[in-house]
Ligand binder design. Structure first.
Ligand code: ADP
Ligand code: MG
Length: 693
């Protein structure tokens, strides 16, 4: 249950004065539906209204706050002309200009003969000065409310600054006095104030420096959010580990047999990962480990060794793939690697004969089957294992690993290994998984040649074509990627078709084409023609990013490389260099290059390390925009910026660990405050893991 102290913040925004249904809707779009969302809606700029000259001294184009006398109202003869109000002070005259004005309203707001304070940006008009729709018009008594520094908030269509600022102000007034959840000594060391003071400071910036992520108030709030995030993950983890695990250790007989059969030697990274996994499995607690490595880094063998430990111990193993196709591929690979080692392995996918399935299920339940490969259907309720000891989940490019991990681990105490081909930066790892153990395959298997990457302006297309010609003549195959350049699919299609036609003019009909609008069968046949060597050059949109594996392809040309994100460039480049032949990647760009695009291409030229690329991507783009993270169930951070607050994250992780070590059920006085923190950041689910919450 959410602590009562938070109730004022967890009401809908329409409880705030001045927020009707229309404004509430707009606020929901740009901040969120609840009062608390407004607290997290931080200013992105400020307007300094402290400049108060007299009218004669007010320069055009400046933000000024003026004290004026209202002289006369002038209603226009026709409605499309503006309504004008003439004003003055001892130094000169000023006109206030209003389009589509309501006369009655303006006459009440600006009564003739009275003094008013107006604030806005001045404009030159003829030889006079005017203010078009002043931002503020108030009686003299309220000058202090206007004549200061005003925060500017990110807006959305249909929402102006004034009502939004008022709503934020009202939200701030509802913020309850919070007990302190931070360690006192840490607060002092950082020079941070209380949560309430920091919140107010963040919404009342006095200078540009106050808007920066490293300002003390923003740091404090970011830390609070990260602490809530890390506490939540630690609680989840603790609850997973409360389910008792088991010690699994085999005698090594199957692993030795398979090792002897391998057509290659394991890389030291693979050996290290296998050692980490087997060590985990022999522990009495349950294994939860992530195995990360680029496509082609050799994760499958590592998974096989983990599964063999279970089989040696007389138990069973399962491998879950994201698609049926991948399940089949894994099955074929593993069957070949196992050969006649005496391990029984089956493929369990949706399709297939009912009678066959029934008998497979019976053998699985009876313990005859050692390893089952399948899709998520493996964890359907009708499937029973005699003794499942380890589950491997292959996530490929997906990010939302955590939920699956809990799913796969449901109630059984099974050791879980999750494989992912999306290198996850260290900082994101922490916010997404907390202290989850992880093994990384950094190096490529031996025998893979390096890829040379060059960055060229499109004006050098002629040279690129010459190079491709030479390569094709000596038997190379070439991917030629045309990206999604325009918003419209039709325009993109035209671009890729045009390039295809041009290359056909040069190279004849050994140039294939594949794009997203083609039927699956057409796509498959175009790709198989390329794989079989019937065509030398495959012009493609980014559909080739997934799946296709053509070891003979050694050249990757990417047009408009400046439009791609780093992760995508890396995935695309990974399509070549999958054999022992040297690869080339040519990144063609259309100048001028923006700063970020230049940085991206430079990184691509410098490194082929997926982890390094992921880190750089995070720095360049920010976590929220990292490939697919929004849709993937990564926690959304409102206040913390991982690229800026990385150190705070590490501290929050350590603090969360320490807090839960000392007080696992959050009973102490500070812990009561920490409970509030969890709910404040809507980590309700995690708070529920506390037995007495
Ligand atoms: P991933 O699942 O990480 O994308 P795979 O496990 O499918 O990669 O391995 C890619 C290819 O590399 C496979 O053909 C595999 O047999 C091969 N491979 C794996 N480990 C090694 C190694 N140590 N040396 C040489 N080739 C390897
Ligand atoms: Mg794989």
């Amino acid at each position: 249950m959410r602590p009562d102290i938070l109730n004022p913040l967890f009401a809908e925004v329409n409880v705030l004065p001045g927020v009707g249904p229309r404004i509430a809707k707009a606020i929901e779009v740009c901040a969120g539906p609840l009062v608390v969302d407004l607290l997290w809606h931080l200013p992105s700029g400020l307007i300094d209204r402290s400049f108060s000259p007299n009218i004669a001294a007010a320069p055009p184009g400046a933000i000024v706050t003026l004290k004026i006398m209202v002289d006369s109202h002038h209603k226009p003869a026709v409605r499309r002309l503006p309504y004008k109000v003439r004003c003055s002070d001892e130094s000169g005259e000023l006109t206030l200009v209003f389009f589509h004005a309501h006369e009655k309203y303006l006459r009440e707001l600006l009564p003739i003969g009275e003094i008013r304070v107006v604030s806005g940006r001045t404009e030159q008009y003829g030889d006079g000065i005017q203010l078009v729709h002043p931002d503020h018009i108030v009686p003299e008594s309220e000058i202090d409310a206007v004549q200061g520094i005003e925060p500017v908030y990110p807006l959305t269509a249909g929402l102006n600054l004034k009502p939004l600022s008022k709503a934020v102000q009202a939200a701030l007034e509802r913020a309850p006095e919070m007990p302190e959840w931070c360690d006192k000594a840490y607060l002092d060391r950082q020079g941070w104030r209380t949560w309430n003071e920091s919140l107010l400071a963040v919404h009342q910036p006095e200078s540009e420096a106050d808007l920066q992520p490293e300002s003390l108030a923003r740091q404090r709030l970011a830390y609070d959010e990260l602490l809530a995030n890390q506490m939540a993950l630690a609680l989840l983890r603790a609850s997973l580990q409360r389910v008792k695990g088991r010690k699994i250790s085999g005698d090594g007989r199957l692993r030795d047999a398979v090792r002897a059969r391998l057509p290659f030697t394991l890389t030291s990274g693979q050996e290290a990962a296998i050692a980490e996994i087997t060590a985990d499995m022999t522990q009495p607690h349950r294994m939860l480990r992530l195995l990360q490595g680029d496509v082609g880094s050799g994760k499958t063998v590592v998974a096989l060794f983990a599964m063999l430990v279970a089989v040696e111990a007389g138990a069973q193993a399962a491998l879950m793939a994201p698609t049926e196709l991948l399940a089949r591929q894994h099955f074929a690979t593993l069957e070949a690697l196992l050969g006649d080692c005496g391990v029984t392995i089956v493929l369990l996918v949706g399709r297939g004969k009912k009678s066959e399935r029934t008998s497979t299920l019976a053998r699985l339940a009876g313990g005859e089957i050692d390893i089952a490969i399948g899709t998520h259907a493996l964890f359907q309720s009708d499937i029973e294992f005699a003794d499942l000891a380890v589950a491997v989940v292959d996530e490929q490019h997906r990010f939302g690993v955590h939920q699956r991990m809990t799913l796969a681990a449901k109630g059984k105490g099974v050791d879980v290994l999750v494989m992912t081909a999306t290198p996850i930066p260290r900082t994101l790892m922490l916010t997404a998984y907390g202290d989850l153990q992880s093994s990384r395959l950094n190096e490529k298997p031996a025998g893979r040649a390096a890829i040379e990457t060059r960055v060229l302006p499109i004006s050098r297309l002629g040279e690129v074509v010459d190079g491709v010609r030479r390569a094709v003549e000596s038997g190379a195959r070439v991917f030629w990627v045309c990206p999604l350049v325009e918003q419209s699919e039709a325009v993109d299609l035209a671009a890729v078709e045009e390039r295809h036609a041009q290359l056909q003019n040069i190279f004849g009909d050994r140039v294939g084409l594949v794009h997203g609008r083609m039927k699956s069968a057409e796509k498959d046949s175009a790709m198989s023609a390329f794989a079989a060597g019937a065509v030398d050059i495959l012009v493609a949109t980014t559909v080739i990013e997934v799946g296709i594996d053509v070891p003979e392809a050694t050249i990757m040309v990417i047009e408009h490389a400046e439009r791609f994100g780093l992760a995508q460039l890396h995935q695309l480049r990974g399509r070549v260099g999958r054999s022992n032949k040297a690869g080339n990647c040519l990144l063609l760009y259309v100048p001028p290059l923006g700063e970020t695009a230049r940085a991206r291409l430079e990184i691509m030229r410098e490194t082929d390390d997926g982890f390094r690329i992921a880190e750089e991507d995070l720095k360049l783009r920010g976590a929220g925009e990292l490939l697919g993270t929004r849709q993937s169930g990564l926690p959304e951070l409102r206040l913390a910026d991982l690229a800026q607050h990385g150190e705070l994250l590490a501290t929050a992780r350590d603090d969360a660990r320490l807090i839960l070590q000392r007080d696992p059920e959050l009973q102490s006085e500070r812990s009561q405050a920490l409970r509030i923190l969890l709910y404040l950041f809507e980590r309700d689910a995690a708070a529920r893991y506390l037995r007495s919450a």
